[in-house]
Design a protein around this ligand. Sequence first.
Ligand SMILES: CC(=O)SCCNC(=O)CCNC(=O)[C@H](O)C(C)(C)COP(=O)(O)OP(=O)(O)OC[C@H]1O[C@@H](n2cnc3c(N)ncnc32)[C@H](O)[C@@H]1OP(=O)(O)O
Length: 388
Amino acid sequence: MTDIRVLTDEAQYRAHNTLFRRAMHWGPPSDEQWAVTLPSYEPGRTLAAFEGDEMVGTTQTFGSSMVVPGGAVVPHAAVSRVGVRADYTRRGVVSALMQEQLSTLTEPVATLRASEGRIYGRFGYGLAGRVRFLRIDARKAVIPGAPAGRVRMVDQDTAEKVLPELHTAVGLGRPGQISRWPGWWARAFDRKTEADNVVTVVHSGPDGDDGYVSYKVSEDKDFNHHMVVEDFAWANADAWRDLWIYLTRLDLVDTIEVDAALDDPLAWLFEDPRVVYTKDVYDQIWLRLVDVPRMLAARTYSGTGSVVIEVRDKLLPANDGRYRVSADGAERVDAPADITIPVDLLGAVYFGDTRFAGLAAAKRIEGARFDVADSLFAGPAPLCSTFF
Ligand SMILES: CC(=O)SCCNC(=O)CCNC(=O)[C@H](O)C(C)(C)COP(=O)(O)OP(=O)(O)OC[C@H]1O[C@@H](n2cnc3c(N)ncnc32)[C@H](O)[C@@H]1OP(=O)(O)O
């Protein structure tokens, strides 16, 4: 019989971390790694599955908040460190953990990054946001004109002081972006294992600091220099453009790699849009609507007309019901449904990255008026620049 417990002390947290790392085929945390990992264990957020006295499965959440379409920010649980001991898999351990986690979450929405695409749909998570992995030919990347503001390089001590607050101010500009927790920053600033050779520059405009980028450059055996953009946030178009001018005018950089939203207009900054090459598009945000009525009401809708959506949620049946969605908002109704959708696929369409019409074509949902629903849910492509 699997018993789910909330862990409370450091020895248990370390055993939890070791079990998760082993499930991912990584070794246990070194003392150095553990010192920067411990702050990410927040009281009341760490669950483990036990068989008798043996820990056999793990999960935890980080407390955060998330931007929804229209710009509102809602409490959000970042779900992570899901793992089952290899000698206990396929016996329902993670199912028990997920059920307990979902039914005790206080946040109306949870997201995660999935190691495999077949695991989380059954727990109500849908693939809600994809990201483009770009490579830029820095030698040919010409942005005409002069910068509008000022870019200054900051040392590591200054970055540690400035970035958390600056990210809160400028990093939540798109649906899907999430606020960061102290344990996230502790790992990002860990100089021994993470922050080695990372350079940060901060942009300021007429109203003060309004953007930053952190990057790392390495040299290959042929003496070519490759930049990886580690973290990038901006509050306005001038900050975004100026930081790209800075990055593409740096000496000794041949290529730049960066993650960007599907609709990021980056290519249009350059005289030659082909300097931006999409290397890959991959899934990023798996979204679980924990409180469907609250999350449908939290976002705004575009377009005209209305549609009644019937939601089915096996794990959280309080979400079952019909909701009328229009540009005026969303509310529970007792009216015939146009579309019937399971909660994982409602998560997939929530940001507009997946279309109702596409799900219908794939025979994943039933009903009518899919185009009306798609125009209501349409919006800027989501992005989550905070890996967890
Ligand atoms: C957010 C993150 O942390 S992502 C990291 C996730 N962790 C990993 O990938 C580490 C390696 N894998 C593991 O630790 C485990 O195999 C887990 C967590 C993926 C699954 O745990 P288990 O306890 O084996 O899952 P459980 O027995 O509850 O399975 C539930 C269902 O999911 C299915 N399932 C579980 N894992 C997988 C998988 N990797 N691929 C396909 N189906 C799967 C099971 O077959 C079962 O299906 P059923 O209900 O139709 O019988």
